[in-house]
Design a protein around this ligand. Structure first.
Ligand code: NAX
Length: 325
């Protein structure tokens, strides 16, 4: 058996983690020959619920689990971890302003960024899922000066998968036939789901669908899918978010398929005119664990306007927490 790999999950008693942990424990991320240590972080009021989740994990007798550690101390949770799923965040309560949400979550990601900086593996792969994901990742980067910004990403993989699924349904093909969709910008309703480079069995998607479908149906469906799930299911996306989180990390660890890309929010290197340092979703490829923004894609005026709109929104989010950076 290989040496165990340490994986941290925050918000471990929450609903996304209730799916994520069982997928991780069954070897879906790193394979059936890779033992793992799960390091689960929660806040004290959720500790009892977390104990219940651990009882269930134990009841599965997963052969790949070497140890499960539960804690409310980020330094214990992140000790020497290679992978960190930052799922835990404070939800927006009734009457709460977006600016209050940003501030409350900023405190969480300041603390966790500092703890990662102190104790995580220097090659840690961090995925921020907790919202507002892009800005939370920016805060973590700013509080982890000894870790490369490349260690941090935020999740737009669920949006990416939603886009693939919408195209597959519209074109009457399988999801695996759809390639090169892209999510640009913020993981918010402002995001730009883009089909200008997308292909179905080698054909341009935009030559197969009406332009009005792309603009009036596809884009808002992907942008507001999370809201729609809440309306229909009564709770926010959980299993699909957990699946997307595993997929994001799996691609980061093992690479993108030849000829295809995925969407990840990463610190901008200035590509497409997006201010350097902003955590922004781009189409990316991954080779040998290195994430690279796909360069040189043509963007028309429609697309560029949406990219700028996302940049403005992310700068506003950054402005709201700037005094904490
Ligand atoms: P839940 O409210 O079910 O779970 C969140 C958990 O985080 C709770 O158990 C809470 O006690 C814990 N928590 C709060 N503060 C913490 C801290 N400082 N340290 C450790 N744990 C802490 O939410 P869930 O449905 O699991 O969603 C988690 C986050 O994912 C939310 O912010 C949600 O908005 C976000 N999402 C992001 C998505 C994305 O694509 N980026 C999609 C799904 C989801 O909406």
């Amino acid at each position: 058996m290989k040496t165990p790999v340490d994986i941290a999950v925050t918000g471990a008693a929450g609903q996304i983690s209730y799916s994520l942990l069982f997928h991780l424990a069954s070897g879906e991320l790193l394979g059936l020959d890779q033992p793992i240590v799960l390091r689960l972080l929660e806040i004290p009021p959720a500790m009892k619920q977390l104990q219940g989740v651990v009882m269930e994990l134990n009841d599965c007798a997963f052969p790949l689990i070497n140890k499960i550690i539960i804690t409310d101390d980020p330094k214990v949770a992140f000790d020497n971890v290679d992978y960190a799923f930052l799922v835990g965040a404070k939800p927006r309560g009734p009457g709460m302003l977006r600016s209050d949400l940003l501030l409350d979550n900023a405190q969480i990601f300041i603390t966790q960024g500092r703890a990662l900086n102190e104790v995580a593996s220097r090659k840690v792969k961090v995925l921020v899922t907790g919202n507002p994901a892009n800005t939370n990742a920016l805060i973590a980067i700013n509080n982890a000066p000894d870790l490369a910004p490349e260690c941090f990403t935020a999740m737009t993989m669920l949006d990416h998968k939603r886009a693939i699924s919408q195209v597959a349904e519209k074109c009457g093909v399988l999801s695996r036939d759809v390639k090169n969709v892209a999510i640009w910008g913020n993981h918010s309703c402002t995001q730009y789901p883009d089909l200008h480079h997308a292909k179905v069995k080698g054909m341009d998607v935009l030559s197969l669908v009406e332009h009005s479908w792309f603009v009036d149906e596809f884009i808002p469906t992907v942008q507001y899918r999370g809201t729609e799930i809440i309306k229909v299911r009564g709770q926010s996306s959980a299993a699909s978010a957990a699946h997307a989180a595993i997929e994001h990390m799996r691609v980061w660890a093992f690479g993108t398929d030849p000829g295809d890309w995925v969407s990840m929010a990463v610190a901008s290197d200035g590509s497409y005119g997006v201010e350097e340092g902003l955590v922004y979703s781009f189409p990316v490829t991954v080779v040998d664990g290195q994430i690279g923004i796909v360069k040189g894609l043509d963007l028309n005026e429609f697309g560029l306007a949406r990219l700028r709109q996302n940049e403005v929104e992310l700068k506003e989010e950054r402005q709201a927490i700037k005094h904490l950076l």
